[in-house]
Design a protein around this ligand. Structure first.
Ligand SMILES: [Zn+2]
Length: 159
């Protein structure tokens, strides 16, 4: 009887040791997963940062002007007096300006110190451009001609 009791205790002890090993293993796996996730996140951050760095270089070196041939065209070094801009009037009547060469985007309040191009909004809006701004596009419900009160969605582009 005593021998049997001892072996039950021993079995319970062994079971406990095995359970603890299992828990340890699971913890190690969790830790490894967490580390891998951290590393992947770090790599992603690095890639994003590198993308932002390259974007800054491209936008710094762009002349934001139309024209140019060959290498000048390839390197965004247009020399036309007119800027290569697409202006967009937003629904709140703000005008955003985008360079169609380097895709730099200027919004009201952008400062030269912080804008990737090194040019602020107020400054870039002084540049001449022969492009006409695009108005904001609005959707409006229009009553169709007495067709049993049906309505159709009409897209209206406002200047
Ligand atoms: Zn540009």
């Amino acid at each position: 009887m005593a021998e049997e009791k001892q072996s039950v205790e021993q079995l319970q002890r062994e079971k406990l040791v095995l359970e603890m090993e299992l828990v340890k293993e699971q913890l190690e796996q969790l830790r490894a997963k967490r580390e891998a996730r951290k590393r992947a996140h770090g790599e992603q951050e690095k890639t994003l940062e590198e993308g932002r760095r390259l974007e800054r270089i491209v936008q710094r070196n762009c002349s934001h002007r139309k024209g140019g041939k060959g290498d000048d065209l390839k390197n965004n070094r247009g020399s036309d007096p007119n800027g290569s801009f697409a202006d967009q009037q937003m629904p709140n009547s703000q005008v955003w300006r985008m360079c169609t060469r380097c895709f730099a985007l200027w919004k009201p309040g952008d400062k030269s110190k912080t804008h990737p191009s090194g040019i602020g909004y107020e400054q870039i809006m002084q540049w001449p451009t022969d492009n006409s701004p695009a108005g904001s596009v609005q959707f409006r419900l229009a009553e169709s001609e007495k067709r049993e009160g049906q309505r159709e969605l009409a897209t209206v582009s406002e200047e």
